[in-house]
Ligand binder design. Structure first.
Ligand SMILES: [Zn+2]
Length: 397
């Protein structure tokens, strides 16, 4: 005899574990480890959802479960509007091998009536949903993460070898505001590696050339050009508006200014450098930023490693060195990856780790970096408390 709806539901209820809304709220408040799954339709989701929930409409459950719910042993709580669809969904998930599934009872409508916290999804336009669909499909990004990126602001120091690929990928990813600091104009010898520029823009200021490439790639991105050199006089003004700094500069005076501003203003700096066939990347995560962003332990700062610049006569020669063009692409895109992770609050950053890359041997290595208690800037007894313009390195050499 075919099963009737009441029989089916009675069977499903028997097979699935229910959790009350009060209990669910208690667990969420206590930050208990659980995956909350909203099985309602897209339109219902857009009207609001329980914070932290993953949207997985019941109609797509079998199709998308394994993409969105990677761990079959994770504790999963499904909810819908009233508790029926989520019970059916929980039963289906169990059949798919998920071992620890519960269903909230009743559901979102009652949750809202109780005045429990809800969140409304960010408003992305249809064009943005289409453009960023491959991001949105990643549960670690989703619509909320994409909306976060669109509201994010990254400052790029330099639109050169490292800044070019970093800017292109940050723009493609939909980072909403990109500040670009560069006082140079495009030269034909740049084009072997600085892929944001073009032959037709030789002689144009780099910030202008970069803005043009970015606007053609992604009109969602606002470029703020700073055709100036960074000094102690403007470093705080340049940093103040941005969440993350991507440093692609290659001289000592700037490196120390960037470091000190990063520590004092609490801004994460993703540092990259290149020489011939070798490159390196690390993330400087000052204490204030680590705390604010919930990104774990702070990293050492640049002065923990090199308290002062070398005296000018010992500084590396400023003679132009050769560099394998594509190396810039590798290091610059690693920097962009770090920036995006910081903005999304996902993954493990390179804070406290120096990643080195040898393109000839095609090898990556990692070095641990340690904070120095004697650090003149981030240590407990700082001896440097205002910006220093170190000058003359290259002029002398
Ligand atoms: Zn330090």
């Amino acid at each position: 005899m075919p099963t009737t709806y009441p029989d089916l539901m009675a069977d499903v209820r028997k097979r699935t574990k229910q959790v009350s809304l009060e209990e669910l709220k208690r667990r969420l408040d206590a930050h208990e480890k659980l995956t909350l799954v909203d099985v309602r339709e897209k339109d219902e989701w857009r009207g609001g959802f329980i914070p932290g929930a993953i949207p997985l409409p019941r109609g797509f459950l079998e199709l998308q479960a394994e993409q969105k719910l990677l761990d079959k042993n994770a504790r999963i709580v499904a909810y819908c509007a009233g508790g029926v669809r989520s019970a059916l969904a929980a039963a289906t998930l169990q059949e798919l091998g998920y071992s620890n599934v519960e269903t909230a009872n009743p559901g979102f409508v009652r949750w809202k009536d109780l005045g429990f916290p809800i969140e409304t999804p960010p408003e992305l336009t249809d064009a943005q949903r289409e453009r960023y669909s491959r991001h949105i499909l990643l549960p670690e990004v989703g619509e909320a993460g994409q909306a976060k990126l669109l509201k994010s602001k990254v400052l790029l120091l330099g639109a050169g070898g490292l800044g070019s690929p970093a800017a292109m990928y940050l723009a493609a990813a939909g980072v909403g505001t990109l500040g670009i600091v560069d006082a140079d104009v495009v030269d034909s010898s740049n084009l072997q590696r600085q892929i944001i520029h073009a032959t037709s823009r030789i002689g144009t200021p780099k910030v202008e050339s970069a803005a043009k490439a970015i606007s053609e790639l992604n009109p969602d991105v606002k470029v703020v050009p700073y055709p100036e050199r960074m000094t102690s006089a403007n470093v705080e003004r340049l940093f103040s508006d941005y969440q993350v700094v991507v440093d692609g500069t290659d001289n000592f005076p700037t490196r120390y200014l960037v470091n000190d501003a990063s520590v004092w203003l609490g801004k994460p700096v993703v540092h990259g450098s290149i020489f011939r066939f070798d490159g390196q990347v690390t993330t400087f995560l000052p204490q204030m930023a680590a705390k604010r962003l919930g990104l774990g332990e702070p990293s050492p700062c640049y002065r923990c490693l090199y308290p002062e610049p070398p005296p000018p006569h010992l500084a590396p020669s400023c003679q132009e060195a050769g560099v394998l063009g594509i190396l810039c692409g590798i290091i610059g895109t690693l920097q962009a990856t770090e920036a995006i992770k910081i903005l999304l609050g996902r993954g493990t950053t390179l804070a406290g780790r120096l990643l080195t890359y040898d393109s000839l041997k095609m090898k990556f290595h990692e070095l641990r970096l340690r904070r120095s208690l004697d650090c003149p800037v981030c240590g407990p007894k700082p001896t440097i408390t205002s910006y220093i313009d170190y000058e003359g390195f290259c002029a002398i050499g």
